[in-house]
Design a binder for this molecule. Structure first.
Ligand code: MN3
Length: 245
């Protein structure tokens, strides 16, 4: 299992805690879900910032090298650093049986674990302009047409939802394994899609201001429009194929 998936298990545990916020959660349960989180730590002992699958200037002019550098080296790296700090504390609280310490950590783990996961998915979702295209006879195009009527409809609905996120958050195209459909969903802050909704992430659009302010100032709609030019359709289709297995 990849570390990404195990982080997801940990985040599901966080959701469980938040629905039952009391000190009556048995320590055994806390310990079990904490160990799911702790086992997500790679063998080197810490989560690390993954390399981008392309150069910092590869998405220009849609997203500048300056934005990509700040977003990856500063913002994403901060989530990774703080996730590692949180997991270290979690480890010591589990060892000492500090239940309130463990519960108190959950919001930070959700935020930083979600931030690490979301950005990892986001970088993979992008690629240099024109390097991939949606194959009109492929599985992904067919599934989009089944769920939205047309590709243009899906793009328009995901764009509108992403632009409409209040404050900081994410717009998502997710796969619902229960009804076999693709769905549009938005999440606030760094709430991870799968752990909080059950949808498998296919396309994610980061609409935090840090993702576009350098290039588009406050004009979020222009940024969201430009994302489609650098979308990695191959990665999105592969995620869908994996989700349907
Ligand atoms: Mn971001």
């Amino acid at each position: 299992m990849s570390s990404k998936n195990v982080v997801n298990i940990g985040l599901k545990a966080v959701k469980h805690f938040q629905h039952s916020k009391s000190s009556k959660i048995p320590f055994a349960d806390l310990k079990k879900s904490s160990s799911a989180y702790l086992s997500s730590v790679p063998s080197g002992g810490k989560h690390i910032l993954p390399d981008l699958p392309y150069d910092y200037d590869a998405l220009e002019p849609c997203i500048s090298a300056e934005t990509m550098t700040l977003h990856h080296k500063k913002h994403h790296n901060t989530y990774v650093t703080n996730l590692n700090v949180g997991l270290e504390k979690l480890d010591s609280f589990v060892s000492s049986g500090n239940v309130s310490g463990i519960i108190g950590l959950q919001d930070a783990l959700r935020f930083n674990g979600g931030g690490h996961l979301n950005h990892t998915l986001f970088w993979e979702n992008l690629c240099p302009k024109g390097s991939t295209e949606l194959k009109s006879d492929g599985l992904f195009a067919k599934e989009i047409e089944k769920s939205f009527g047309s590709v243009e409809n899906m793009k328009s609905q995901l764009s509108t939802a992403s632009v409409g996120v209040q404050g900081s958050g994410w717009g998502w195209l997710g796969y619902n394994g229960k009804n076999g459909k693709l769905e549009i969903c938005t999440r606030s802050n760094q709430d991870p899609l799968e752990a909080t909704t059950g949808l498998t992430p296919i396309i994610g659009i980061d609409v935090w201001e840090h993702a576009y302010y350098v290039d588009y100032r406050n004009v979020r709609p222009d940024y969201v429009k430009a994302i489609w030019d650098v979308l990695n359709w191959d990665v999105a289709e592969k995620r869908l194929i994996d989700a349907k297995k």
